[in-house]
Design a protein around this ligand. Structure first.
Ligand code: F3S
Length: 108
């Protein structure tokens, strides 16, 4: 599977969802995840993300490994719905895109 990591939090640019051939993205209030049961590892979403949030699971950086489970859990969480069309990023996305340690900001 592929994994959405920390840099997406509070940005949610959504460029990634337009290119997914199997509609495997799920949307929460300020983050997206990939449903690992749907992702076919095509990798077309990786270069679309302006903040480089998406990795193949095996390439996930060591400090982002917890996001493998976070994607799996939130993909099945109540209220996290399929998103297949790009929409405007969060209003202050550009202020947050370079900030580290955004995990405490994740809304579920
Ligand atoms: Fe998030 Fe990047 Fe997609 S910021 S919504 S993973 S384009």
């Amino acid at each position: 599977t592929h994994v959405v990591t920390e840099s997406c939090i509070r940005c949610k640019y959504t460029d990634c969802v337009d290119v997914c051939p199997v509609d495997c993205f799920r949307e929460g209030p300020n983050f997206l995840v990939i449903d690992p049961d749907e992702c076919i590892d095509c990798a077309v979403c990786i270069p679309e993300c302006p903040v480089n949030a998406i990795y193949a699971e095996e390439d996930t950086p060591p400090d982002q490994l917890q996001f493998i489970q976070i994607n799996a859990d939130l993909a099945k969480a109540a209220g996290w719905k399929s998103i297949t069309k790009r929409k405007p990023a969060l209003p202050d996305a550009d202020d947050w895109k370079d900030k580290p340690n955004k995990l405490p900001q994740l809304q579920k």
